[in-house]
Write a protein that binds this ligand. Structure first.
Ligand SMILES: Cc1ncc(COP(=O)(O)O)c(C=O)c1O
Length: 322
């Protein structure tokens, strides 16, 4: 994977890629005190377009609030504009976007509010997160031996960098066992989510997905629910057991990096007929149409990078998140 670009946006300016480095004593590195987003920009007939930019930036600000950062130098409009500028400056027609707000200074007494957060935005080309064939053929997963966060151990609504040690443990285990992805159970033993995706099952023509309290409220999950209902499918949010996945007609996952991918085998049980099913396929097609500008919902969900008049970024402005 080639994580390379021309510029990285750091605290209000575009910095050459090689110069965007951090000091060893950056507290975020030591305690996992940072919040981030994963966003995709798609190549469309009207140029590069960021999928659900406003929702992603709002979730980033919400994550800052959850972790306890009290003041950010930028709000939703400034960060959205910085993201557009970073995409435009790097000249990728299509890319993955990674904003990160991290504890850059102070906070050594294990508090978020006594330190100073910095903000960076990187972009890179990232086509197939779960492998080249995943989109068409689906992937194999297992139930992780690690449990997803209890809602009062780590905050599940925030994309906190430290939360992802749980994902790394689970995914490393799964890949070493020969699977492509891990499915994590919540502390009660119900299906929670995957390491970087939300999960859905299809049974008798209905779509089911776990309730949002113990999981990350995926922006793709929200899009999939909307698109499924638009296709006339009933979508039910309900606790799901491990064996309900085994006997489902179809299982699929959703996430910004992974997009919409079928799970064809779980714990060595074949799901449905062992390949992407018709419901997953129709939802995947609707999703691909939406992100590329060919769906009625594209107008609301796409933010065209080149159509926006760049405003100078207000470096002095502060946004309270407390
Ligand atoms: C743990 C986890 N669940 C779900 C998702 C899917 O969220 P989204 O669709 O907003 O990318 C992600 C990715 O951000 C994630 O890291």
């Amino acid at each position: 994977m080639n994580i390379q670009s021309k510029y990285i946006w750091l605290n209000g300016e575009l910095v050459e890629f090689e110069k965007a480095t951090l000091h060893f004593l950056t507290p975020a590195l030591h305690y996992g005190i940072g919040v981030f987003e994963g966003i995709r920009c798609y190549d469309t007939e009207n140029g590069p377009a960021v999928f659900r930019l406003k929702e992603h930036v709002q979730r980033l600000i919400n994550s800052s609030k959850v972790i306890g950062f009290q003041e950010l130098p930028y709000g939703v409009p400034e960060l959205s504009e910085a993201i557009r500028q970073t995409v435009a400056a790097n000249e990728f027609p299509e890319c993955y976007i990674r904003p990160l707000i991290y504890l850059a200074d102070g906070g050594w007494n294990l508090t978020a509010h006594t330190g100073k957060p910095s903000i960076g935005i990187a972009v890179w080309e990232w086509k197939n997160y779960l492998g080249e064939e995943a989109l068409a053929k689906g992937i194999r997963a297992n139930i992780a031996s690690y449990t997803r966060h209890h809602v009062n151990v780590m905050m599940t609504k925030a994309k906190i960098t430290g939360n992802y040690a749980n994902s790394v443990l689970a995914k490393t285990e799964s890949v070493r066992l020969g699977f492509d992805e891990a499915i994590l159970l919540d502390p009660q033993g119900y299906i929670a989510e995957c390491t970087g995706e939300n999960i859905f099952l299809v049974r008798n023509g209905k779509v089911f997905t776990p309730p949002s309290a113990p999981i990350l409220e995926g922006i793709t999950r929200d899009a999939i629910i909307t698109l499924s209902r638009d296709l006339g499918l009933e979508v039910v949010e309900t606790p799901i057991s491990r064996d309900q996945l085994y006997i489902a007609d179809e299982v699929f996952v959703s996430g910004t990096a992974a997009e919409c991918i079928a799970l064809c085998e779980i714990d060595h049980r074949v799901i449905g007929v062992g390949k992407m099913g018709p419901v997953t396929q129709s939802i995947q097609q609707a999703f691909q149409a939406a992100v590329r500008g060919f769906h009625p919902l594209s107008a609301a969900w796409l933010d065209y990078v080149n159509q926006v008049v760049s405003q100078p970024i207000q470096i002095s402005q502060t946004t309270s998140v407390a």
